[in-house]
Structure formats: C-alpha cells, structure tokens
Design a protein around this ligand. Structure first.
Ligand SMILES: *Cc1c(COP(=O)(O)O)cnc(C)c1O
Length: 344
C-alpha cells in the first residue's frame, strides 16, 4: 500500500456508505463523454427535469476490490461489469459508457481512494458503485440528451448481517419484482423500487430477504431481492433458475464454473418452487452477498430448514472458500477473473 490506510474498524465494517476522499463524474454531452473529474463533493447538482428523477433513467453496477497478501489491489470481474453496465444502459435507452471508459473510471477512483482499501484478511472489501443517470431535462417521456457516469467507492463488510452464516428467506407471493418482458434482467434502480416493500416487509417479519417467484405463473423461483438463488440437489447438482426476469449475476456465473470444477453438476433451468423441499442446501449469491447460505425458506404455511439451520452446508462452504480465495489472490485465477489495479 502506498498511502497510510484510513483509520477504520476494518473487521467490523457494516455494508453501508462511508465517506471516502473522492468520487468521479463523467458527462456525456453533445455526443461525447468528457475526461471526467475527481471531486470530494458528495452531492450532484442536477437539473430538476432530469430524466433519472422523473422517468427512472438510471442503471448501476457493484463490484469489489480486495487487497492481496502482497498488498496489490485486485478487482474482480471488472470486464463483466463494464459489459453489463453498457447492456443495462442500452435497454433503457441511455448512452452506454464505452467499456474502456468504465474500466478507466473504476481504476481511477480506486487509485484515488487507495487508503480505503481494507487490509488483506480483514473480511472487508472496497465496494465500487458506478451509476449512469439521464441528467438532461425532459418533460415528455423521451430519453435524455445528456448523461452522467458517477463512480464512488465505500469500504464494506458483509451485506447480510449474518455474514457467512445461514439466513432465513420467505417466498414472496404478494409482490412481483419484475415482469417477464420488463427490465428485471438489467441492473436498474427501478427494480429495487418495485421490490422495496417486499424486502422491507420481510425484514420486519424477521426474514433476511424474500425469494421472488416468476410474475406470470407464480410457480418458479426467480431470485432473491439483491442476489441470485441456487440449491444443491441430493444428486449433487448446483441448480439455479433460468428466467428472463432475473439479473444475470456475475457471481453466479463464476460459481457455476467453480461448481463444475468441484464435481457438482451445474443446471440452469426453471426451478419449481416445490423443489425447495428437495434441496440439501441453498444459498444466495451476488457481489454484495458473496454466498450467503440459506437457513430456511418459508412458503405460506410450509417451511423447509437446511441442515440444522445454523451451519452452512459443505458445498456452499467449499464454493465460498474457493471464490473468496480467488478474489483475494490466494488461489490460482485460471480464468482471468481478477485484474490488478496499478496504485501509482
Ligand atoms: C446485482 C444483482 C445481483 C448480483 O449480481 P452480481 O453480478 O453477482 O453482483 C443479483 N440480483 C440482482 C437483482 C442484482 O441487482
């Protein structure tokens, strides 16, 4: 590490916003992206008629930076996040930042905030949050003519308070997060607004999150609020839902590769909700959630508990260890998932 590290309680960080030194903003105006500015200002001056404020022209990403044992800054799957951000923008008719610009932006803001990269082995990471917003004014419904790419970072601990400890889920039957031909497959803020009352309500009833069903038939598992879902079958399959209304998790994609290598047979297919009673373990996966094992799933007046409801299952544990070891540079990166960010 080049700079002295910020004085934070690294092993006990929450998953919450923490002020850092800089954020970065690029503007797309008159048909081109500008050179971007680093600033310490945490607010955005924004036109009152900006499309992001009225019509939800907003997309975001989330990725993590880890310090390796050797003190390098390692970012996980930056290329995939760059590609997905462009896809999200295109789907809601926003100007997609070129992938090279996205990559440059992430590296630049991480370098500027390097004293906030949590130390190796602390269990924390530097979460990077890029967002694109329609910043140009419109009153009639139409795409904006001006966009901003904003990137901030915040050091974080585990997303679910339990960390790598099983959490209870509940099947959501009253609320749909996304429709089959809607925007559930891209990372836009509107999907979170749609699901907020479901997540919030579940937490009030003592569950960590909901499990959404497909909006059309209410028969198949879609995903959890901020994370994809998988179950392990007694035959040793890693089963994860195929659905047009779930966000294709990059973590899940990596886990499919790892599961296969570890002798679990991955299957991505529609997963009937009744199958929750057949799995031997289940988990939620995503950049923020990493792998969070599922303790139990409540579905109406039925409930399934995995194992003793307290101890993560063996397959989830093995997948978690393998994934986090690759992210920290402790296990060989056979697929080029990790990229080193030059810090000076
Ligand atoms: C971001 C996100 C995920 C997880 O995706 P990763 O690429 O693994 O971080 C899952 N579901 C939803 C709805 C998301 O927004």
């Amino acid at each position: 590490m080049v700079a002295p590290r910020a004085d934070l309680d690294w092993p006990h960080l929450p998953f919450a916003y923490q002020k850092t030194d800089f954020n970065l903003r690029y503007t797309f105006r008159d048909g081109r992206w500008d050179a971007g500015v680093l600033t310490g200002d945490e607010t955005l001056p924004i036109h009152i008629a900006a499309t992001c404020l009225h019509y939800g022209q907003e997309a975001f990403e989330g990725l993590k930076v880890f310090e390796s044992r050797q003190g390098e800054a390692l970012v996980f799957r930056l290329d995939e996040n760059a590609r997905r951000m462009a896809g999200s923008c295109r789907k809601i008719l926003m100007e997609p930042p070129p992938e090279a610009l996205f990559i440059e932006a992430v590296e630049r803001v991480v370098r500027a905030n390097r004293r906030f990269i949590p130390p190796y082995g602390s269990g924390a990471s530097l979460y990077v949050r890029p967002l694109v917003i329609g910043s140009g004014p419109r009153v009639g419904v139409a795409p904006a003519d001006e966009y901003m790419l904003v990137v901030f970072v915040t050091p974080v601990g585990p997303y679910f308070k339990t960390g790598f400890k099983p959490m209870p889920l509940v099947v959501e039957e009253e609320v749909d997060r996304a429709a089959p031909l809607g925007v559930g497959d891209v990372k836009v803020g509107g999907n979170y607004a749609a699901g907020m009352r479901a997540s919030y309500g579940a937490k009030q009833r003592g569950y960590s999150e909901v499990l959404y069903l497909d909006a059309k038939e209410k028969q198949y598992i879609d995903e959890s609020g901020p994370a994809n879902f998988y179950g392990i079958s007694p035959e040793g399959q890693y089963v994860t839902p195929a659905s047009g209304s779930i966000l294709p998790s990059i973590t899940n994609k990596c886990l499919i590769t790892l599961a296969e290598q570890m002798g679990l047979r991955p299957e991505r297919r529609p997963v009937h909700v009744e199958e929750i009673f057949t799995f031997t373990e289940a988990g939620c996966c995503g950049t923020a959630a990493v792998i969070t094992p599922v303790a139990s799933i409540t579905w109406g007046d039925r409930k399934v508990t995995y194992g003793d409801g307290q101890t993560p299952g063996p397959h989830s544990t093995a997948l978690y260890r393998r994934l986090t070891a690759i992210q920290a540079g402790d296990a060989p990166d056979e697929w080029g998932w990790v990229r080193r960010i030059p810090l000076d």
